[in-house]
Design a protein around this ligand. Structure first.
Ligand code: ZN
Length: 319
């Protein structure tokens, strides 16, 4: 995992470059990316997530200003954007749950309108699809033609690699595993459905379940990270919260494997850093739910690209 660094100028290989922008609820990152996936001229600015949509776009433009000021900008052939979703590829719009000022926001057109863009094409993807594209190109899904790549953090996002290619679907949201129902009569979900995977397996859900079960953190951190620390130390309520999340993930993964015939599952995001307290029960529950011979035993791996997956994935969209 590489920590984001401010505007470094790592050497890029000769040849075409891509400009990559990764938009999330807390930060908007950018970099120039070469055909080997090397990143240079990194820039990162905070997302003014609670401000009007035009102000959020202005920050995206500031990121592009910095990239366009790099001498290598002339070699940039396309711009890729990975954004928190949902996205609508047909319209070029995004509606990130955690950026309320963007609802059906015309992000593709807004990026294309930047004065340095010229005629460069703009490729858009949701963050789960971008992560899948990155892990398939250079990370833990490399070398396999059929993979599900998940990001388990405050939410649960995912993307699919099928028959050798990332498959975003017509809207760009295919593989959005966080909002499949794994509990038929479960809790209502903000998406409008109920019993969604995200409502059980996200970091937010893990912390909520642990607290409801009587777990209390030693310090001020009441997040899934603190639950994970106590689970590693053997705290039964903390372990149970991770076990329940792993069970929901296993049900979702098994359903996906039955549907599209997976060979590999890649899991990233903050919750995956919990390590064995997530992956051990996940393997156990997968053994129960993934029963048919062709569904059994998909290889489960930790994601390899960390926080760079968004930028690398945005560039991968341009290839
Ligand atoms: Zn939902």
């Amino acid at each position: 995992m590489t920590a984001p660094s401010p505007s470094t100028a790592a050497p890029l290989s000769a040849g075409p470059l891509f400009a990559a922008v990764d938009i999330g609820g807390t930060k908007i990152a950018g970099a120039l990316v070469d055909s080997t996936g090397a990143l240079a001229h990194r820039v990162q600015l905070p997302t003014p997530a609670q401000r009007p949509g035009a102000e959020v776009l202005a920050v995206v433009h500031r990121v592009l200003d910095r990239l366009a000021a790099a001498p290598a900008w002339g070699a940039v052939t396309a711009v890729g954007i990975g954004s928190a979703g949902p996205v609508d590829l047909a319209r070029g719009t995004v509606s990130p749950v955690n950026i309320p000022g963007w609802r059906g926001f015309p992000l593709t057109a807004g990026v294309a309108a930047h004065p340095a863009m010229g005629a460069r094409p703009v490729a858009l993807a949701g963050d789960g699809v971008a992560m899948a594209a990155a892990e398939h190109w250079l990370g833990a899904a490399r070398g396999t033609d059929n993979a599900l790549c998940l990001v388990v953090s405050t939410g649960v996002g995912a993307g699919l690699v099928l028959d050798g290619a990332v498959r975003p679907g017509p809207s760009g949201n295919a593989g959005h595993l966080g909002h499949i129902t794994v509990d038929l009569d479960g809790e209502p979900c903000p998406c409008g459905s109920r019993g969604c995977l995200e409502g059980i397996a996200s970091g937010t859900a893990i912390a909520r379940r642990a607290l409801a079960g009587g777990w209390r953190p030693a310090g001020d951190d009441r997040s899934a990270r603190a639950v994970a620390e106590d689970a590693l130390a053997g705290h039964p309520v903390a372990l149970a919260a991770f076990d329940r999340a792993a069970q929901a993930l296993a049900a979702g993964i098994a359903a996906t494997a039955a549907l599209v015939d997976l060979r590999r599952v890649v899991i990233g995001g903050g919750v995956a850093t919990a390590g064995p307290v997530l992956f051990e029960p996940l393997a156990r529950h997968l053994d129960r739910y993934a029963a048919l011979p062709y569904v059994r035993g998909p290889e489960v791996r930790r994601a390899e690209l960390g926080t760079d997956a968004g930028l690398i994935g945005a560039a991968a969209l341009c290839r």
